[in-house]
Design a protein around this ligand. Structure first.
Ligand code: PHE
Length: 450
């Protein structure tokens, strides 16, 4: 296998395209829906500090490792790992890391599109004024009705998935690149408007208090696992996405600066999303809530009872959908590139095949709220919750760990030794990142089993 100067999938000509596409993939449901409430629940400022630590010591080194693997080989995650393993005289089994990464991306995509479909449903509802002057009881009813109606869920989920397929089908430049250029500025604009609205009508100080007050009592081992899992999820690492994007990165790009910029944008976006959401939730006297309840019950109630609520509510759900879209494309891309480069399957056909596969897989998630709601995969978790937990807590850290071991200990990295931050990066990968992931992972596992 020869090394190539450019990717068969096409390349981005400018660094900014990499930055925008990667930021688009990082900013997603994780920032808007997950981060604000896990921060609030796990000790606010204390958790944010811990999360920052996870990003710097684990997230950024692995993010760089993924990008380097793609950038060096210009191939899909599986071939990339195979080439690098061969160069370093290591076993070809390392390519499985790339394979599992691609599959994890597809699994995440299958339930991610379900949540995005709910977002789309709510966008339409908000716009039509369905939440106007409604209380929690009525809105909870709307959500329960949606969950119990697989056809309604399917309609919006399928529409969303088809849009994802269209963008990926258009290819690296016209699809992923253009999407980054359009969607990231759009998201910033929408978030800006929402914060201004929240600031003028909501209870900003209660929000700041909830998110940033320093409550070390709420921290425990599990918060560590939550912080770590979220660092992976939010930065889009452990799923091959950054290996794929690294392969399309222009030649002369400073990887550390790019990665640092994406991580900062991602964190800032998550914190500002909290400052857009919580002021209006608290001003309406609602509880911050947890999980889907926050986004699909508390927030619509809050918007529905405020000035210009229908419009602003629709704007919020439009932000959710755009953020989900710019992330979802990164989940499909690695597997499409893999099918194309390994099996010679043309991009449009690959997109179609994988799209159908993801759609079928997502049926299980959709049915887990109705027809299959009694099916428990492991104790207390339905299929949807199981897939979410499996990917965020097991597969992502697992792939990340394997990659950190490979790049830190096995790969031939001396050729990068002249680059800035090289020694710090390798040192972190070897002595901090790998043991940290291992310790947190094993401890959490023991706690779960015990
Ligand atoms: N980073 C995205 C989020 O925060 C999720 C994601 C993971 C997207 C992996 C693409 C790849 O929601």
């Amino acid at each position: 296998m020869k090394r190539q100067a450019s990717s068969d999938q096409g390349m981005w000509r400018r660094q900014i395209t990499f930055l925008l596409a990667s930021s688009g993939s990082a900013i997603g449901l994780g920032n808007i829906w997950k981060f604000p409430y896990i921060a609030g629940e796990n000790g606010g400022g204390a958790f944010i500090l811990m999360y920052l630590l996870c990003i710097t010591l684990v997230g950024i080194p692995i993010y760089m490792a993924e990008t380097v693997v793609g950038h060096e080989t210009r191939r899909n995650p599986v071939t990339a790992m195979s080439i690098l393993a061969k160069q370093a005289g290591q076993s070809q089994r390392w390519r499985w890391v790339g394979g599992v990464a691609c599959l994890t991306g597809l699994i995440v995509l299958s339930y991610f599109t379900v949540v995005a479909g709910w977002g789309l449903h709510y966008l339409v509802n908000a716009f039509e004024g369905a939440f106007q002057n409604e209380g929690s009881y009525a809105v909870r009813g709307i959500f329960i009705d949606l969950l119990s109606d697989p056809v309604a869920m399917l309609r919006y989920q399928s529409l969303f998935l088809m849009t994802v397929m269209l963008v990926v089908g258009l290819g690296v430049r016209a699809g992923l690149g253009v999407a980054g250029h359009v969607m990231v500025p759009l998201m910033l604009l929408m978030l800006g408007l929402l914060i201004a609205y929240s600031h003028s009508l909501g209870d900003m100080s209660a929000a700041i208090d909830f998110m940033f007050s320093f409550d070390t009592d709420a921290l425990n081992w599990n918060s560590f696992l939550v912080a770590l899992g979220h660092a992976f999820f939010s930065l889009s690492i452990g799923m091959g996405a950054m290996m794929a994007y690294g392969a399309y990165m222009p030649k002369r790009t400073s990887i550390p600066s790019m990665v640092f910029a994406v991580a900062s944008i991602d964190l800032l976006f998550a914190m500002f999303a909290g400052l857009a959401i919580f002021p209006i939730v608290f001003a309406s006297g609602l509880a911050p809530g947890e999980g889907p309840g926050l986004m699909f019950v508390s927030l619509p109630v809050a918007f529905g009872n405020m000035l210009y609520g229908s419009f602003m509510g629709a704007l919020f759900f439009a932000l959710v959908v755009v953020a989900a879209l710019s992330s979802a494309v990164a989940l499909l891309e690695p597997a499409v590139a893999w099918l194309n480069e390994r099996r010679g399957i043309p991009r449009p056909i690959g997109v179609l095949l994988l799209g159908v596969l993801v759609w079928l897989l997502s049926l299980m998630s959709m049915f887990s709220f109705n027809a299959l709601q009694h099916v428990e995969v492991v104790s207390g978790l339905n299929i949807f919750e199981f897939l979410d937990g499996l990917s965020a807590n097991v597969l992502l850290p697992g792939v990340g760990f394997a990659l950190a071991v490979f790049v830190g200990w096995r790969m031939d990295v001396q050729k990068f030794s002249h680059r800035r931050f090289f020694s710090l990066w390798i040192w972190l990968l070897r002595y901090v990142t790998t043991p940290a992931v291992l310790v947190i992972f094993v401890t959490a596992l023991i706690q779960h089993v015990a």
